[in-house]
Design a binder for this molecule. Sequence first.
Ligand code: RFL
Length: 403
Amino acid sequence: MTTSSSRPAERFPVVVVGAGPAGLTVGCVLRAAGVDCLVLEAESRRSVEQRPRAGVIEEWAVRGLERRGLAGRLLERAQRHTECEFRFGGERYRFRYRELTGRHHWVYPQHFLVTDLVREYVDVRGGAVRFGVRDVRLRGLDSERPAVSYTCAGTGERRVVECAFVAGCDGARGVTRAAVPAGRLRIARFDYGIGWLALLAEAPPSASSVVFGMHPRGFAGHMQRSADVTRYYLQCPPGDDPANWSHQRVWDELRERLRAADAPPLNEGRLIEKRVLDMHNYVVEPMVSGRLFLAGDAAHLTAPIAAKGMNLALHDAFLLADGLVARLTRGDDGVLNGYSDRCLERVWDYQEFSGWLSEVYHGTASGDPYRAGGALARLRRLFDSPVAAAAFAEQYLGTRTGE
Ligand code: RFL
């Protein structure tokens, strides 16, 4: 590889690009198995530890983290959720999935998990990481010794790392996927044509569970994050400007769309995050090219409609890390060979569920009476058909397949 670096190339068996939930989990598992790796992250440690995003973690994912010694603080601090609530037609309908299945959800803010994983990888397991890197480039992915180069934060020096495998865990806007030669990957995309105003309010939760509000003005969601921070969503036009949503307008819309008989009033608070997310999905197939293995949002995006993205990132990370450990410590290629197919099975299952749920959330406000009628039929079925309720619970909780 040609480079302006005067230093000789470093060597690590694995280079992980991206210190999100996927990359850090891979790094922690490799370190525990005695496999050296280098994590390259574009942002600072402080920035990744403070980036609020997901909150809902499925039970199997927490068990997977626990088995790998990564769930200690999560189990101490996360909330256990046993039901969710749908509001439509001015009424409240509680869906008690714990009673139906014996299973629950965990709620733990993603940046708490990332903070725990950074601490475990760097401070406890002594893993190597470079924060603030720029211009990461991949070469030789089809050879036995790929190389990753990057520019160091601060010094601006260009460095090269040779490795046996690259884990592309750099999220939806990363660079690893783009390093694959044209024509190797198929990217399936779906755009819902819907926006969500994602809000974080400095206010205690206003209900004891997740609440989904289906209203002719648009979907609204309420999700606990911690004792004094609550996430809310408001359906809005895609590409809408958050500046169009004043404090007053946000709270008026939330109150209207989440209004229901006997519902407690919303706890209003300062809005500490306000951004518009355009709801779209993609799936990259296969998730492997040569010595590059994609994981998490780098390989597939699921709009936060069904709260599945981080769960999928963890599922990929468990399989990828186990596969790399088997290959690098025992010469066993079995898990790595099946990696893409096994991940994609769960990815497509969750993608399909997101589409189904999107129609439930957004059909009422579509302006199309046919879609609105169908959405209402789906909702009613959840509460008057035990078979439909069981099927929904299975997909909502992600319990169909194990880790
Ligand atoms: P991440 O978390 O995006 O991490 C990727 C990391 O790579 C870094 N990076 C680079 N590093 C080096 N060089 C480059 N060129 C780089 N480019 C990027 C980034 O800085 C970052 O640190 O991907 P990962 O690990 O795959 O994890 C995916 C999850 O973050 C994502 O799926 C979830 O946040 C989605 N999601 C939810 N998922 C759930 O399972 N449950 C939820 O409740 C849930 N809620 C949400 C969500 C996503 C949201 N947003 C913001 C889209 C709520 C929201 C609002």
